[in-house]
Design a binder for this molecule. Structure first.
Ligand code: GMT
Length: 375
């Protein structure tokens, strides 16, 4: 098949999933074209046969906001026409599903099938905002197929956006060969880590991730456990976290590592991954941790319990109950044997239920169904 993929190229789960899907499809012999404003940060084009098509936006004094959605639609139509694509697969509804709809309007009889994958905040936060509600619902309903990364998200889409269309649940995936648990050998020395257990948090440091709670948690478990914390990623909450760490006197137990591409080399140093998000439609980083043999501590809400089995691959506190999360973390830090059991279970689950091979095959089957439906 000839597949066009559009995603956000910046660090973030939806871009990672789209990129890894592109790699896997290309490896299976499909022709893959990425269309976005810059090359997705993990995308390999050298030797993979994948082509990247950049969307150029025009700035003009009249435009306070350059109309990217329109430029994307035009580029999509152009690439579909020139490369004779069979299908466009867009990740994150806003504005990608809308641009795909517009591209098809331009293409007329040459229109292609559109598959939209919903990732989370495109429904739970942004898509439900008044200014986006109608267009998000419309564009989802006009897609030929819609997938959501968890049952939770499929439900939210039906309830919040009142979408009645069929939504297939295709979960996110991880490559067990990449997230194998083999870490960067020099990291411990480079960061001057001591023998204390390592807590880790990886995110885009947005409000929804509650990173300050991770700092508060460290302050509460540090004395009893000697834990240290690695914070990976960047975003609006980074500075407030630094300030809070100073206030709580734990700044010397935290390493802020910023955005890292090779998180698979860092994750194996964690004893636990902490993910106290208010809502997480899936929690790709939790799956990456599990594949690396790292149990996850988070909240029993959103799509996270579909990934992490409470008491098996990690521990999930009632949603928003930070006190319980602190207790659970402390208990696990003090029980290495329990952590080892969970580590083994987590690794097994990631490989069995969320492997690249398994999930790529699900997407391929969906593409075929959609293409045949119109034949
Ligand atoms: O958090 C975001 O707004 C970004 C978005 C993304 O592009 O990474 O995250 C969502 O998609 C991921 C990939 O499917 C999911 O693993 C995340 O759980 C989801 N984020 C939220 O639901 C907050």
């Amino acid at each position: 098949m000839k597949i066009g993929i559009t995603c956000y190229p910046s660090a973030g789960g939806s871009g990672v999933v789209a990129t890894e899907l592109g790699h896997a499809l290309a490896e299976k012999g499909h022709e893959v074209h990425f269309i976005s404003y810059s090359r997705p940060f993990r995308l390999e084009t050298e030797g993979t046969g994948i082509v990247f098509h950049k969307v150029k936006t025009v700035t003009y004094p009249l435009f306070k906001y350059p109309p990217y959605s329109l430029a994307l639609a035009v580029r999509m139509a152009e690439v579909v026409r020139r490369e004779k694509l069979d299908l466009l697969h867009v990740h994150y509804a806003i504005p990608h599903a809308t641009s795909a709809f517009l591209a098809n309007q331009i293409l007329g009889e040459d229109r292609v099938k559109v598959v939209t994958t919903l990732h989370g905040t495109d429904i739970t936060l942004v898509g439900s905002e008044e200014s986006f509600f109608e267009i998000t619902k419309f564009s989802i309903e006009r897609s030929d197929a819609v997938t959501a990364v968890s049952r939770f998200l499929a439900r939210e889409t039906r309830e919040k956006l009142r979408v009645e269309k069929r939504i297939d649940v295709i979960p996110n995936f991880v490559n067990p060969r990449v997230f194998s648990g083999a870490g960067d050998e020099n990291l411990r020395d480079r960061l001057d880590l001591d023998e204390g257990p390592v807590l880790m948090h990886i995110s885009n440091f947005r409000k929804v991730k509650n990173v300050r709670d991770v700092v508060r948690l460290l302050a509460r478990v540090r004395e009893a456990t000697g834990a240290q914390l690695l914070l990976i990623g960047d975003g609006p909450e980074r500075v407030p976290c630094r300030i809070l760490a100073e206030e709580l006197g734990v700044h010397d137990r935290i390493h802020f590592l910023g955005n890292r591409i090779a998180v698979h080399r860092i994750l194996p140093f964690a004893d636990l991954l902490l993910l106290p998000s208010t809502v997480e439609s899936f929690g790709l980083v939790a799956l990456e941790a599990m594949a690396s043999g790292v149990p996850v501590v988070g909240y029993d809400g959103g799509g996270l319990p579909e990934v992490v089995r409470n008491g098996v691959d990690g521990a999930l506190a009632p949603l928003g109950d930070l006190e319980r999360m602190i207790e659970m973390t402390r208990e696990l830090l003090q029980n290495p044997a329990r952590r080892r059991e969970m580590s083994k279970a987590a690794k097994g689950r990631a490989a069995a239920d969320f492997s690249t091979e398994k999930i790529t095959a699900e997407y391929e089957a969906l593409y075929l169904r959609v293409i045949r439906e119109g034949a």
